[in-house]
Design a protein around this ligand. Structure first.
Ligand code: UN1
Length: 502
């Protein structure tokens, strides 16, 4: 057993995971050096069915628990995340390859959504609406929905589940979670922490939350299962295209958080020091493996050459390496397939006339099995088909523009619509970007990069990005059933619209 595998087992034990970690067909490798961390059992079809049935049973009890008492479960879970923050972050580092500061940030994001959900558990409010009839009351109530299926990706192995889980639990729903096959250990750790919080709570029905390990077949099963009224899925646009019609065919609901191809416009009125820092974090952070990663940069032609020079200098010095080492800013790609996609994209960029700086593989001492690359800056002659696709690696395509309207049109001329930003100190430019005729994305920022959103806002995007909204604002409403109630407290029976009947 490698030393990474041994230390991972210690971490898992400390986080309360007591599942067998050897002997199964699901091999888990660390992207840091490729070493084998565990061999897990895959969930069988019978286990999947049993977990959904148990979750459905648990839901029937959980839905009648008063919401603030449901919030108490999330409060206990969040308290345990605070206690285990460093350990869970370390597991994220080992299993997903992100740097420690970002892994700690991911656990913080879970804590933040947990705190939000606890407050929400006393605020699941509906409207009171004016009735057209005398002595009638018209109102809206929000009721628990059922079992919520959650499918998550490797790049945020715990936070995106937490966005869904924390809201679903206070909304009175049960959970079944299919994590990425690349990061099942993080899921087992979250499940163990949640189980511990449930036992501290004392009023949580068994089976309220389950983790199902395996591949697409499990996600498809969740999409088709009639006992799952809501499927929340995060991953590629291709995955969403495969799952969404199956959910729709049975009139289920889905929340889809799919690919992004996020852009930023830098105008001559921008604070360039600020823009530079934002670009580097958004494009090279998480080794370009966020759905919110900056992939397309539109710079005004008068400042393009100087900004590119400064970017090239910063990119050349970016510390690429083992994410456990202090000072590393760019960790590994998740696996060899990601590396192959990165290399294929750069070859296509060159063929399209792009000028490439960086992008080459980096040999990291002691981590021979990891796939490390230097983030790439690619000056493109235009928005070619390659630039319109999402390649999940640190490649930033840079294009210059002359006129802001033209830049906004190019910005919007891709299939995806997740996150976007403009850097400018000119109020008119900023407001134009945020206006109806501006960015067409679900997230549009001014002097803030496209990645690294706070949980307080609703998170998600338009077009091929899926249209779903998760996390803050009123995203909780997707996890509940809206009921319109009309109450008559008169002794007459007036019909709406003045209809007379007899
Ligand atoms: C994702 O990459 O799927 O805004 C989620 C961000 C993070 C979440 C990213 N808060 O970059």
């Amino acid at each position: 057993m490698s030393s990474l595998a041994a230390s991972t087992r210690h971490l898992l034990a400390a986080l309360g995971v007591d599942k067998p970690l050897s002997g199964g067909p699901l091999a888990v490798h660390s992207p840091i050096d490729g070493s084998l961390l565990a061999e897990l059992q895959r969930s069988t079809a019978a286990e999947v069915d049993a977990a959904i049935a148990a979750a459905q049973g648990a839901f029937l009890a959980w839905r009648s628990v008063p919401p603030p008492r449901r919030g108490e479960l999330v409060r206990l879970f969040t308290a345990s995340l605070r206690r285990h923050k460093a350990q869970l972050a370390e597991l994220i580092v080992v299993e997903s390859g992100k740097i420690r500061s970002e892994a700690l940030g991911e656990v913080q994001e879970m804590i933040d959504i947990g705190d939000f959900a606890v407050g929400l558990s006393r605020q699941l409010h509906g409207l009171s609406i004016a009735s057209e009839r005398p002595s009638h009351r018209l109102m809206e109530t929000w009721q628990p929905l059922g079992v919520c299926g959650i499918v998550t990706a490797f790049n945020f192995p715990v936070a995106v589940w937490a966005w869904n889980a924390a809201l679903a639990l206070v909304c009175g729903d049960a959970l079944v979670w299919k994590p990425s096959e690349k990061t099942p250990l993080c899921a087992l750790a979250c499940q163990a922490l949640l189980a511990k919080a449930a036992s501290e709570h004392g009023g949580v029905p068994s089976g309220l939350s389950a983790v199902l390990l395996g591949g697409r077949e499990i996600a498809s099963g969740l999409a088709e299962h009639p006992a799952i009224p809501l499927l929340s899925a995060t991953g590629s646009t291709a995955m969403g295209r495969a799952l969404a019609p199956r959910v729709a065919a049975r009139f289920g609901r889905s929340i889809l958080e799919l690919g992004g191809n996020n852009g930023m416009i830098v105008t001559p009125a921008a604070d360039l020091d600020l823009a530079l820092r934002a670009i580097v974090f958004a494009a090279a952070g998480t080794a370009g493996q966020r759905c919110t990663t900056l992939r397309r940069l539109f710079v005004h032609e008068h400042i393009a050459a100087s900004l590119l020079d400064r970017l090239r200098a910063v990119y050349a010095g970016l510390p690429v390496g083992d994410p456990r080492v202090d000072g590393t800013l760019v960790g590994p790609l998740i696996d060899r397939r990601a590396l192959a996609a990165h290399q294929a994209a750069l070859a296509e960029a060159a063929a399209d006339g792009g000028r490439i700086d960086g992008g080459e593989t980096v040999v990291v001492p002691g981590a021979a099995g990891g796939c490390y690359v230097r983030p790439a800056l690619v000056e493109m002659p235009g928005q070619t088909p390659l630039v319109c696709r999402e390649t999940f690696s640190p490649i930033l395509y840079v294009m210059s523009y002359r006129d802001l309207d033209e830049a906004i049109a190019s910005h919007n001329a891709v299939p995806q619509g997740l996150a976007s930003a403009i850097f400018t100190n000119d109020l008119r430019e900023a407001e134009r970007f945020l206006s109806a005729a501006g960015s067409d994305c679900g997230i549009a920022n001014v002097n803030v990069g496209p990645s690294g959103a706070e949980i307080g806002g609703a998170f998600g995007g338009e077009k091929d990005s899926g249209g779903g909204r998760e996390a803050g604002s009123d995203a909780w409403k997707a996890y509940m059933r809206r009921a319109t109630n009309t109450i008559n407290y008169s002794s007459d029976l007036p019909l709406a619209q003045g209809v007379r009947f007899g």
